[in-house]
Design a protein around this ligand. Structure first.
Ligand code: MZP
Length: 496
């Protein structure tokens, strides 16, 4: 056997030492932009994220609702692959149909259609606001609009004609084509609107701007509000049915795929990557993993991976280390793989981003992972707690929880993720079925988490992830100094 000299360590065993905080190091100046896929030195990656978060490729995490909300907030979801090809492709389509920035009235709804028709359209398109035009075409004259609030209130009587509950045009505050996001936002705030219809000079409805859209685009307030962007979405794939699954996902408009496996250092992944690159070239971006050392990284990069995922056995629902005795402390794995990424960059001038997957518990762990070299972070438990995750919210005792189960649990039966060749079946469980505390809306939680990340980065004297990776000072902590880091030697007042 070969013995590695380093101890397998995880995030809780490290702390960051503050660097010089210059006057420009303020949270408002921090950019969390990060590359998702490989690119040449000095060039930008084809896909960049505005926040370094992606959601786990899991049934209990990444459905279309979560994908839409995360993309709107600057991150990206990988729609889970442990489902039939057609239903996964449908989820991808649902996200791609949801236009960021605006919603065109692509209905054929006229004032005489019923609420039932509106609900059917909402389900089909994912649009939460529907403009009603005279002739039912996007270029027809705007007469009014129906929002999700209206149809929720009225859903008891689906036969109500649209004209009885739509907000008539006269009452709307209407922006005109060509307004910037800053101007749109001013109108939205001045008139306490959530949605601003935008018309052209002939008073035909063109699209809507949402307050939320402006929020998520605040980095670029001078952008015209009508720029049609679609949301980014990824999807998980496996090494068995990729020749059928990948074309279906591509046809659905997927932006990036990722081979999902608990142990990615395999010839199965090599073959899958080669097939994708031979079939699609650089038109389809593909991540691979998971690995925990330099050999694993180099092997997948050589096969064509556009990013590599790091982590075995650290996930909150994962029992792989107990079941199979394989894995590596997440921090040690990340530090090792980041070295391979940097060496490859030195040698070839090609930067292959790495993703730290699983095991992030506290928000400061996220900063540590970025400082140790992760370009972005994949999280399951974190996102499973939110309204937008696809699982049930339950009340247990006095608290609300959401369900969260591993892909290697009997409930998910994702045998492809744990495939070692041979027959198709999950031979033994590598994950658990659990609850996580319910935490409300994603957006509210992201605000707090990102606020903390930015504050820590400022303490470290960095306003970009790249600077943090280069200059962060990291120290190991002893178990006694961990005790020192919490409240200690005081009698805590009753917090109720
Ligand atoms: P966490 O954010 O909940 O700590 O970890 C999520 C990660 O755990 C996923 O992205 C995936 O890599 C891994 N995972 C998913 N299911 C299992 C399992 O059943 C698992 N063992 O380990």
């Amino acid at each position: 056997a070969i013995y590695l000299n380093d101890v397998s360590r995880t995030f809780g065993e490290y702390l960051l030492i503050p660097g010089l905080t210059t006057k420009e190091c303020t949270p408002a100046n921090v950019s969390l932009k990060t590359p998702l896929v490989k690119h040449k030195a000095g060039e930008k990656a084809v896909i960049e994220l505005n926040i370094p978060f992606v959601s786990a490729i899991m049934q209990s995490v990444s459905g279309p609702d979560l994908a839409i909300e995360l993309a709107r907030n600057g991150g990206l979801s990988f729609i889970f692959g442990s489902q039939p090809i057609e239903s996964q492709a449908e989820m991808v389509r649902k996200v791609k149909k949801f236009k960021a920035g605006f919603v065109v009235s692509d209905s054929n709804l006229t004032p005489n259609h019923t609420l039932k028709d509106v609900i059917a359209l909402v389900k089909k398109t994912g649009h939460s606001t529907i403009g009603i035009t005279e002739d039912g075409t996007p270029n027809g004259k705007l007469l009014g609009m129906v929002t999700s609030r209206d149809y929720r209130v009225e859903k008891d009587d689906p036969a109500t004609p649209v004209k009885d509950f739509m907000t008539p045009f006269q009452k709307l505050i209407v922006g005109e084509l060509g307004v910037t996001l800053k101007e749109a936002n001013q109108i939205i705030w001045d008139h306490k609107l959530n949605t601003l219809p935008i018309i052209d000079k002939n008073q035909n409805l063109q699209y809507f701007v949402f307050r939320k859209d402006y929020d998520s685009h605040h980095e670029n307030p001078n952008e015209l509000s009508g720029k049609d962007k679609t949301l980014l979405v990824g999807a998980g794939i496996n090494t068995r049915d990729y020749k059928d699954r990948v074309p279906a996902l591509v046809a659905a408009g997927v932006d990036v795929v990722c081979i999902d496996s608990s142990d990615g250092y395999s010839e199965w992944q090599y073959d899958t990557l080669r097939w994708i690159k031979e079939t699609y070239g650089d038109k389809l971006l593909v991540g691979a993993g998971n690995v925990v050392d330099q050999e694993g990284f180099n092997y997948l990069v050589e096969a064509g991976a556009d990013f590599v995922k790091v982590g075995i056995g650290g996930g909150s629902i994962c029992i792989t280390r107990e079941q199979k005795g394989i894995g590596r402390g997440q921090a040690t794995a990340l530090i090792d793989v980041a070295r391979a990424r940097d060496a490859y960059y030195e040698k070839t001038g090609i930067y292959v981003p790495i993703c730290s997957d699983g095991g992030l518990v506290h928000d400061y762990h996220m900063v540590l992972a970025l400082a140790m070299g992760a370009d972005f972070l994949m999280m399951g438990r974190y996102f499973a707690r939110f309204d937008e995750s696809p699982t049930k919210k339950l009340k247990i005792g006095n608290s609300f929880v959401k369900e969260y189960w591993g892909e290697g649990s009997n409930r998910a039966k994702n045998w492809q993720r744990y495939d070692m060749g041979g027959n198709e079946a999950l031979k033994f469980e590598e994950g658990v079925d659990s609850y996580v505390p319910y935490a409300g809306k994603m957006k509210d939680n992201l605000e707090v988490t990102l606020g903390k990340i930015k504050a820590t980065m400022c303490s470290c004297g960095s306003i970009t992830i790249e600077q943090l990776q280069k200059s962060a000072k990291i120290t190991l902590v002893s178990s006694t100094s961990i005790v020192e880091g919490g409240a200690h030697d005081v009698i805590l007042k009753d917090q109720n």
